[in-house]
Ligand binder design. Sequence first.
Ligand SMILES: [Zn+2]
Ligand SMILES: [Zn+2]
Length: 320
Amino acid sequence: MRKRMKTMLPRAVCAAAALLMLLTAGCGAKGPYTVIDASSMTETKDVSARTVEGECLVYTEKGDVFRAEDYKVRETLTGVITDPPKRTVMDAAKQAGEWLDAGERVMIIYIDGLGWQAFERAVGDGALPNLEKLSSEMCASVYPTITPVNYAAMVTGRPPAENGVTKRGIHAIGCDTVFTYAASLGLASYVSEGDIQILALPDAEMELSPDLNGSGTGDDEIFGCAMEHMSSCDLLFVHFHSVDDASHEYSPVSEEARDALVTVDGWCGELMSAWDGRVIITSDHGQHVQDGTGDAAYADRKGTHGDFAVSDILVPYLTR
Ligand SMILES: [Zn+2]
Ligand SMILES: [Zn+2]
C-alpha cells in the first residue's frame, strides 16, 4: 500500500508560486481549456494542439490529474495549472500513510471551503494565531472543486478517475482509503463529521454531529467529539463545515466567513495542543463570489464554488 501510494502521485519538482493575484472564475470542462498560472493570471485560449511549457498539473475530462513537463495537448482538457503548487489534496492520504507507517499518530483537520486566498488574507491580518504556527504550502485540489470529489481524493490519495467519486451523489468510494490502510496496520481511525455522511468510510468509526445546541453550526459538536475520542485512535479525521457554510450564505470575503474561520482556528489550536502526533490541515476547495472576482467589494455577495479557477482550486496545506 505504501509503495503504491508513493507511485500514484509523483513528488513535485517545481516550487509553488509565491504570489497570488485575485482572479475571476475560469471556464469549466466544456470547450477550450483554461490555463491557470498559479502565480498570476488566467489565460483561456482555443488551442487544441499546443504545448504547455514547463512543469504543469494536467486535469483531464475523465478526472485524471497528473504532473507533466512541456505537455503536448492532444485532447480537450478540463484545465491546466502552470507553475503548479508542489502539493495536491491527494497528498493528505499519502503523507498520513507514511507517518502511520513510521509509528506516528496522525490528525487530519479538513476545513471545508477554505481557499488559499482567504487563508492568506486572514494570516496576513494576524487573525489565525494557531494555523499560522504550522508549516504552510499552497495546494491544488482536484476537479470539480466540490466537496465529495475532493473529500474522496483527500482520503484515497487518488484522482477522481481512479477513486470513482467524480461528481455529487456518489457515496461509495471505489478503492481503499487511508482508513483501510490504518486498519491493515492494526490502527484505529475515528472520523468526526457533520450531520450528513458524505462518503461511506467503512474502515473508520464515524460520528455524525448535528447542531444539537442551536449555535448555528455543528462544528462545535464536531470539535467536542474529536476531543473526546482523540485518545482512542491513531488516525483522527475532523471535518469542519462552518467556513464553507458562512462563505455560501454571506460571501467568502464577508466578516461572517472570517469570524467562522477565526473560531475554527481556535478549535484547531485546542485540538493541536491535545494531540501528541502529526497534524495535516487542508481543505477541499475555496470559493468565489457569484458573478464577481473575490474582491472585498463583493462582501455582500453569496459565495459559490465548483469552477476551475484559482479561487476555487487552490487551498492551503498545513503540517506539523
Ligand atoms: Zn466543500
Ligand atoms: Zn460549499
